[in-house]
Write a protein that binds this ligand. Sequence first.
Ligand SMILES: C[S@@+](CC[C@H](N)C(=O)[O-])C[C@H]1O[C@@H](n2cnc3c(N)ncnc32)[C@H](O)[C@@H]1O
Length: 302
Amino acid sequence: MPKGPTHGRLAIEFSPPAWLVKLWGSELGWDTTRELLAANQNAAPTCLRVPLDQNRESVIESLLEQNIAARAGEFSSRAIRLDGPLGAVRADPNFANLIPQSEASLLVAELMAAKSGEAIADLCAAPGGKTELLREGVGPGGLVVATDKAPSGLLRLQGRGLSPLARCDAAHPPFPAESFDAVLVDAPCSGLGTLRGHPEIRWRREPRDLAKLARKQGDILNGGASLVRSGGRMVYATCTFVREENEAVVQRFLAEHPEFCLEPANEILEAGMHAGVTRNGFLETSPLGGGLDGFFAARLRR
Ligand SMILES: C[S@@+](CC[C@H](N)C(=O)[O-])C[C@H]1O[C@@H](n2cnc3c(N)ncnc32)[C@H](O)[C@@H]1O
């Protein structure tokens, strides 16, 4: 075997498709690619969202009293990490209000920083984890319209009691221009940041998907932008590591929309919670940085 990591060696060691190893190798460097491939062999930690009106430390204490190993999430003040499976929590009706949601997903919602009374469009909303957080943020005097293209997605949103709902292609949202304070575009993506939970994705994706997805993401971002009022904001998010779907989509959007600018994520996320998850103004989470899923998000101000 040649000395030092190469895509051939890594492909043998971890069995991902060769194109993905080459892509990550060129974007992240071979050492990081190797660490990432190794980290993706492990299961993601189970993460729970603490209800807004409950104290996280008290909830952790209650879990520990029931011999459920739990600790505070490192990055989101709403997150609890379990050291074991979810089963014991689900079996206890006292913990029915703890919602499973990844810590990276919580951070994306925190980057939106929804405020009381705001009107927000959540354009790719299903199954609705972030919609719930946005609704908490805007409160009873605010509005969160959740849309999705998939009928099955709409049913899932409905099942969680979320409304109002609209079925639409987010590239052409059926709302008046500049009618929202904030828009969330949690875009359809290759999902390559969630390989610990969905290992099969690596085999389902093909290299040609990436350009196709990037075009779709750009179209949806343009659709979302049309809804943002002057002075309002939009968050673009994915759960993937691929530059073509992340920075490249945002850079192209900013070049075509001089009325928008990037707001650095570290200025928005709670102090102390953003260390290690922001770079170049973006939110970038990874199994290598505190064991999070690989999410990307950019906050854009009009
Ligand atoms: C990453 S998921 C969203 C996750 C969700 N925001 C959450 O936190 O639970 C992407 C969603 O986009 C939807 N979608 C895909 N293409 C779309 C389009 N052109 N317009 C609107 N929704 C779309 C998918 O059905 C899927 O539900």
